[in-house]
Design a protein around this ligand. Sequence first.
Ligand code: GDP
Ligand code: IMO
Ligand code: MG
Length: 421
Amino acid sequence: MVDVILGLQWGDEGKGKIVDYFAPRYDIIARFQGGPNAGHTLYVQDKKIVLHQIPSGIFHQKTTNLIGNGVVLDPVTFKRECESVAAFGVDYRKNLLISQRAHLIVPTHRALDKASEVSKGNDKIGSTLKGIGPAYMDKTGRNGLRVGDLLDKNFTTQYIRLRLKHQRLLDGLNFHEDISEWEEEFFEALEFMRGFKIVNGEYFINEQIRQGKTVLAEGAQGSMLDVDFGTFPFVTSSNTISAGVCTGLGVPPQQIRDVIGVSKAYCTRVGSGPFPTELFDATGEDLRKTGSEFGATTGRPRRCGWIDLVALKFACMVNGVTKIVMTKADVLDAFEELKVCTAYKINGEQTSEVPFQMSKVPIEPLLESFQGWKSDITSLKNYDTLPVRMKEYVGFINNYLHVPISYISNGPGRDQLIENL
Ligand code: GDP
Ligand code: IMO
Ligand code: MG
């Protein structure tokens, strides 16, 4: 049996914290897509840690963590991350497995990412520049190197061949950067990776499921960044939605039980692209400040706005969401007035559907207004004790989406989660 936790907006919904909270209930936590573009923040022993590629179950001794075949893995970032979790006393080699089918991010992928963004000028995607797009291009273009190739004696030859190919592309883009330093680190990190349990992930996970073990699949990014269903071309290069679990781990769809969607009580986006409810005024600034909305991977300020129910309903539909976790509800504690987008107006027409080319049409969000609850909810433990106005806000969203908001997160801490089951 597999449950899934994934983001319903443009990423950074608080997935890391939620996976860490639920991890003790599962035997295996598995990442199924994305790579070091992800930044999942956890608080362990009151200390903050940001995970990029290691699944967020790593701090629970009894949990096995799997990096699935759908992930693109950067050995350099991975080594650094392992060192940072080791500082918490985690024996990462014991509980961390890597699928041999996961693709590798090589130094020239990062250079290509940068070159591609530079060549796009004002139309740039706002990529995290971690080499994600080029690595997935090499996967679908059938050129990439995989983790299992590390154990092949011809690995270096294969690597050089790929680098030459990339070099020609970089020359074509007139991009010249010395990558020799990156390469040195890369080869050191490859050696480090060879010491890991590199497994046949799909056999491993299916055998575990057969034995009755439970799996929690951890999504990265968010549904509106999905390469098929997101705000293309301002998206990432993987399927972030629940369908990505099947291809990214090798589990059949019948094994998926709950799809737990994580959404902020408002909305943020980092990087370029459409964001209909974005606020450019003092209220947006307030959200950014109160919510500490700065990227966990790049440190960039996140764009902030009201919750967008049109986009959220779309995300619930394509994912088959069964439960919602509303995070960062406490960030709204001091706001006088809250707004919720219930429809879009496009060229004079009202719609509650996400348009095909969100980036090409002018979207005016139609907003409903709510009174803020104006009280501190950070230490509350029970749904019943939440302020009435907050229950109205949650109830409205619940009714609109027809999916229960089963959990409300009221602070970044592990214990700040209110059940509403
Ligand atoms: P992820 O990428 O979805 O894991 O989310 P990030 O870690 O990038 O961003 C979420 C940020 O919000 C982190 O700094 C978390 O510590 C913080 N956070 C998570 N849940 C809550 C919450 O309920 N309230 C507050 N105030 N912060 C939260
Ligand atoms: P987590 O898992 C928020 C955004 C980038 C950019 C676009 C493409 O922490 O939620 P890429 O590096 O994939 O080429 O960037 O996607 N992006 C994210 N935004 N959270 C993330 O991950 C993101 N990963 C990528 O900002 O707009
Ligand atoms: Mg993040």
